[in-house]
Ligand binder design. Sequence first.
Ligand SMILES: [Mn+2]
Length: 399
Amino acid sequence: MKVLHTSDWHLGQSFYEHDRSEEHQLFLDWLCDALVEQQVDVLLISGDIFHTATPPASAEKQLYTFIQKASQLCPQLHIILIAGNHDSANRIETAKPLLTLFNTHVIGRFNKQAPEQVVIDLPIAAQHMHVVAMPFLRSADLPKPLADEFDYQTGVQLAYQHALSTIGEVKGPIVLMGHLHAKGGTISEDSERNLNIGGFDAVSAGVFGEQFDYVALGHLHKAQTVAKQSAIRYSGTPLPMSFSERNYKHQVLLAEFNEQGLVDVNPLYVPRFKDVLYIPEDGAKRLAELCEAIAAQDFSKFDSAPYVRLKLSAAETNSRFRAEIDEALKGKDIKFCGIERVSKGAAASEWLFEDLGKVESLSPNTLLDIAYREIEPEQEKAPATLHEKLAEVIASMEE
Ligand SMILES: [Mn+2]
């Protein structure tokens, strides 16, 4: 049994104000080919299908056209998609009755009164696979423990337990889906400050329990295993979402199962449909050198106009830099993504944001300093008055 795991498509997203629908379409066409070529039985899309809760009609059309085409090309294919934090739980379910005709299951919300609704029993040839299609969980969706103080992690753990307990007879491998921030290690090892990302805590891999063969996650944008377990994975986003991902290979995951469980997981690398370039690639340049570097770049070698972002040294004092850069870029077939003023301290922040997980280990004050450097590259730290304001906000939240 072959499962293709992907997530975080963010259909309808633009990149630095440039429309990405063409790139998304190239990805979906590539994915269709991969489904046929690999003879995939199940396609899992682990949330953030759309970039916003009210995606443009063109993005919705793109999804439904893809589902129709994929089902036509692969009559055996089952598709399961869950809502992520970017998706509207209700809106994504509107096409549910129609999509069942295409062997496609959509789960927008977890109903704690009916946990069996997220459990899907898939017949695959003469075999079976159970998929627990758990969408992004908001605090209100979670079952509450009888005693003890309620926390997000406990609620998530109960949601998976309750769903799993509704599987009567286990007839084959069990695959869990999720759209959340899972971190390595156990709860007790988590001594670092538990920073809340987007209002929801990171949870330990322990929430999935023991009864699974594979966990197909979405939310983090880089492919990774969780808690060093090769059966708990993020597939990552198929398209670059920031310039820090320019040298990273975006992928989807192909997981193979037999009746006993997981046999193997391998990445399928997504081609780079549109290049993402920093000029210069390393460090920053003064204005004159930057304009020379632009002139020296052969943009015609790219099939499709690349995204280009410039890095100008913060030491540059020429205030007319924008006009000179505009002149240097004139007639170039690129998608311009702005100018970054780069100071010496800035290199570290790119590294920190490569992986959302790393943000968690930073204190709010460090984050404030990093954010401030984006606006004022000359300043190493945010002013003391801002730090005091932040302390007030944190104190009032803790009350
Ligand atoms: Mn997400």
